[in-house]
Design a protein around this ligand. Structure first.
Ligand SMILES: [Mn+2]
Length: 334
C-alpha cells in the first residue's frame, strides 16, 4: 500500500518537474509550411505539409495547451524541369537559396516573437534555412545553441562529394559552412553551426566520402549500432553532454534546434518518406528521443522533414509526424 502511495507521489513529482520546465518555455508555436521538393528527385515531398494538415497538426498542438501564433506558407518555385538536365553539380541552388531565405526569415521572426518555430516539409534542404534563421537569432543575442539531427543519412555531402547533386543530401554540410557559397553564405555569415554543438543520431546509410566528412567535421555521430548498444536514453544523455560541453566556449546552451528526418524511423513504421532505409528507429524510440529532448526544456525550434505522401500508406507517416511534434513539445503519457 505504502509502495503504491510513494510511486504515485513519484509520478506526481515527475509530472510537476516536467511542467515547471515546460512552463518556462514559450507556450506558443509558429507553424511554417515548406513544401519544398527541389532537394531531390522526389516531387511527392511537396505534399508533406498538406498531409500533416490533414493529420490535424494544428488541433493536436493546441490540445497540448499551445497557442498557434502564426501559420506561414513558404512559396516554392516549381522547377521540376531542372531534373531533366543531367549534372553532378548541386541542383536547383538558386531556387533552394530563395526558399532558404524565406524560411530563415520566418524562423528568426518566430523566435523573436517568443514562439517555437516548427518547420514542416518538404525535403531536408529546408534545414539550410531553418538553421540559418535560428543561428542568426542566437548570434544577435550572443548566445549559444545546439542541433540534434535525426537521420538515416549523413546529409553532409558537398557538391564535390555528392554523386547525385541532390541538395537534400547536403544541408548539414552547408550549415557547417561547406558547400555552394550561395547557400553557405545565406544571411551573410558562415558557418551557421559549431560542430562541437551538434549531434547526428540514427545514421545507417552513408556514402563512402561521408564517413570521412563526418569524422573530419567534429560533430558527435550516433549510428544505429550505437542505438542498439546504448539505448535511446543513453544516446540522448551522451549527445547532450557533447553538445553542452563546448570546450572553447563555456557559456551555457540557450536553445536546441531539432531537425528530424522521418527516414530515421524504420520504414515498416514510417513508409511515407523519399529515401527509406531499413533498420531504423522503432515507433517508441522515436517518441522517446523527442520526449527526452523536450524534458530538457531547451528545444526552441523544430523541423519535421522528408514526409512523402506519394509513398505513404493511409497517411500513417503524416499522423506519426504530427504525434512526434507533440512529443517534441513535451507530450507525456502521464
Ligand atoms: Mn535528411
Amino acid at each position: 500500500m505504502s509502495q503504491t502511495k510513494s510511486s504515485a507521489s513519484n509520478v506526481a513529482t515527475k509530472t510537476a518537474l516536467r511542467e515547471s520546465k515546460v512552463m518556462e518555455r514559450a507556450r506558443a508555436v509558429t507553424l511554417i509550411y515548406c513544401p519544398i521538393h527541389l532537394g531531390g528527385p522526389h516531387a511527392g515531398a511537396s505534399m508533406g505539409p498538406a498531409a500533416m494538415k490533414v493529420a490535424s497538426v494544428v488541433s493536436k498542438i493546441q490540445k497540448l495547451g499551445f497557442r498557434i501564433e502564426r501559420e506561414v506558407d513558404i512559396p516554392v518555385p516549381n522547377a521540376l524541369c531542372w531534373w531533366e538536365e543531367s549534372t553532378n553539380q548541386a541542383r536547383c541552388v538558386p531556387e533552394i537559396g530563395e526558399v532558404s531565405l524565406a524560411v530563415a526569415q520566418a524562423v528568426e521572426e518566430a523566435l523573436e516573437a517568443g514562439t517555437i518555430p516548427i518547420t514542416l516539409g518538404g525535403d531536408h534542404s529546408l534545414a539550410i534555412g531553418s538553421i540559418a534563421g535560428a543561428s542568426n537569432y542566437y548570434r544577435k543575442k550572443k548566445e549559444e545553441f545546439g542541433v540534434v539531427w535525426f537521420d538515416a543519412h549523413g546529409d553532409i555531402n558537398t557538391p564535390e562529394s555528392s554523386h547525385s547533386g541532390n541538395v537534400h543530401g547536403m544541408p548539414f554540410a552547408v550549415s557547417l559552412g561547406d558547400g555552394d557559397e550561395r547557400l553557405t553564405k545565406l544571411l551573410g555569415f558562415s558557418p551557421k553551426l559549431k560542430a562541437s554543438r551538434c549531434a547526428l543520431i540514427g545514421i545507417r546509410d552513408l556514402d563512402a566520402d561521408e564517413i570521412q566528412l563526418i569524422a573530419k567535421s567534429g560533430i558527435a555521430p550516433f549510428t544505429m549500432r550505437d542505438v542498439d548498444d546504448m539505448g535511446m536514453a543513453g544516446i540522448i544523455r551522451e549527445a547532450l553532454v557533447r553538445i553542452k560541453s563546448d570546450d572553447k566556449n563555456s557559456s551555457p546552451l540557450k536553445g536546441l534546434h531539432v531537425s528530424f528526418d522521418l527516414d530515421v524511423i524504420d520504414p515498416d513504421v514510417a513508409p511515407g518518406v523519399s529515401t527509406e532505409s531499413r533498420g531504423g528507429l522503432t515507433y517508441r524510440e522515436s517518441h522517446y528521443a523527442l520526449e527526452l529532448l523536450a524534458d530538457t526544456g531547451l528545444v526552441t525550434s523544430i523541423d519535421i522533414v522528408e514526409l512523402n505522401p506519394a509513398r505513404d500508406i493511409r497517411n500513417q507517416t503524416a499522423e506519426l509526424a504530427v504525434d512526434l511534434v507533440q512529443s517534441a513539445l513535451g507530450k507525456n503519457i502521464l
